[in-house]
Ligand binder design. Structure first.
Ligand code: FAD
Length: 409
């Protein structure tokens, strides 16, 4: 074990990545304090991050393997119970006036990804954390400052029912920042580490829709696929949910969203032309219009930075370190993998190898982690950008088919 018993580990952000990191730290005997800006997700009055409803994600082996190593055998069973296998993608279109769909399996051996509700997965992780006696959860706490030389952090505490907030000073041995793309930990870390940083907003926004179950309460599409209506520079996708709905996402260049906003009457013709079979079979016209107006049109950011840590004090994980566009389905999976890789490095650098200095051991581990992970994260980021072209366009191009054919021979 890398850490001595009782090390005070502060985790900022109780999203999927922060919650898993807290579980890993707690299972090594750390005194873990998890601070989260928002209320407890398990409380129905808490609005999911940015959304009217939690989004569906593709959970793949990268993320599953990280949870497998969380020292809580029941965790994966609980997570899997709330997932739906997706064996491939199903491409939808129209040829000579006729609707067609084509299933493309992910794997010749039948391996699959799992559709999971992000909020549901997050709740399962929080439930596991609550069972650990050495973990305390602090909801409605926002990180507002940090000193990584004196190992102090400041949080504004909005947890009382009155509208006022109070400020709390917290001492830590080790801080894990998993506070998402607009990370406050990263912002403060930059004042200490010589961090190279870049961010890019791609020219695509996304808007979420729900496809309801059929009148007989069945899925309206085959449930074991990620459904794609490719459109070239845009696309519509649908991922199954346990309640027999599909959570769908429209990805569209900002200028096209602006045109549709300016002329809402063109939304139905746009869908009919580009995403055949969606309206009215899967979503009624009034529902489509309502959801388009009601649900936010959100940006997509891609972030790279290096290093991901400062000295022995702090490290950033997940979207805080490498937010990526969602087209490779790997943002959360890569964030969960960060946790496994980080703790592998911490375990491989025991204090006994560093004159019994936990800080020296941790510093060496974080340096090694950052060196490996910044390169890997940048590579996944680039692949995610590249996969937008694949999903929105190449899935139907003759060249793609030829390449696939040759690969499979
Ligand atoms: P977050 O989920 O952003 O959690 C960060 C937490 O920190 C939040 O709870 C926030 O409230 C809290 N916080 C923020 N600031 C503070 C502060 N100052 N103090 C305290 N707490 C704070 N990934 C996949 O793996 N597969 C997919 O199929 C997939 N599809 C996606 C589809 C879309 C449309 C989008 C937008 C993303 C998708 N992703 C997917 C990416 C995935 O959602 C993210 O990578 C993942 O949620 C990141 O987890 P995280 O815990 O790092 O950050």
């Amino acid at each position: 074990m890398a850490a001595p018993l009782g090390q005070r580990t502060v985790v900022v952000g109780a999203g999927p990545v922060g919650s898993l990191a807290a579980l890993y730290a707690a299972s090594r005997g750390d005194k873990v304090e998890l601070y989260e800006l928002r209320g407890d997700l398990r409380d129905p009055s808490t609005t999911p991050l940015n959304f009217t409803k939690s989004i569906n994600l593709a959970l793949s082996e990268r993320g599953i393997n990280a949870m497998r190593h969380a020292s809580s055998p029941a965790l994966l069973d609980a997570v899997f119970k709330e997932t739906i296998p997706m064996y491939g993608r199903m491409i939808h279109g129209e040829k000579q006036g006729k609707l067609f769909d084509e299933a493309q399996l992910y794997d010749v051996h039948g391996r699959f990804q799992r559709a999971v509700d992000r909020g549901g997965l997050n709740k399962t992780l929080l439930d596991s954390l609550e069972e650990m006696p050495n973990v305390t959860l602090h909801f409605n706490h926002k990180l507002i400052g940090a000193d990584f030389r004196r190992n102090l952090a400041w949080f504004s505490d909005h947890s009382s029912s009155s509208s006022s907030s109070s400020e709390k000073e917290v001492h830590f041995d080790f801080m894990i920042g998993a506070d998402g793309a607009h990370s406050a930990v990263r912002y403060h870390l930059m004042k200490y580490a010589r961090m190279a940083y870049s961010q890019e907003y791609i020219d695509t926004l996304w808007c979420e829709f729900q496809i309801p179950p059929s009148p007989t309460n069945t899925f309206k599409l085959p449930s074991n696929y990620l459904h794609i209506w490719p459109g070239g520079s845009f696309m519509f996708i649908a991922i199954p949910s346990l309640d027999k709905t599909f959570t769908s996402t429209l990805f569209l260049p900002a200028s096209l969203f602006a045109s549709l906003d300016a002329a809402p009457e063109s939304l139905i013709p746009f869908f009919t032309k580009n995403f055949p079979g969606v309206v009215p079979d899967l979503i009624s016209e009034p529902e489509l219009l309502k959801q388009y107006k009601q649900n936010p049109h959100l940006p997509l950011i891609s972030i790279k930075c290096s290093p991901h840590h400062f000295a022995a004090s702090a490290v950033i994980l997940g979207d805080a370190a490498h937010a990526m566009v969602p087209f490779y389905g790997q943002g959360m999976n890569a964030g969960l993998e960060d946790v496994r890789v980080l703790f592998d490095f911490l375990d491989a650098h025991p204090a006994s190898d560093y004159a019994d200095s936990p800080a020296a051991a941790r510093e060496a581990a974080l340096e090694a982690y950052s060196a490996q992970r910044t390169t890997d994260a940048a590579a996944i980021n680039d692949l995610a950008l590249r996969n937008y072209k694949e999903m929105s366009h190449d899935v139907v191009s003759p060249l793609y088919r030829l390449r696939k054919f040759v690969e499979e021979k």
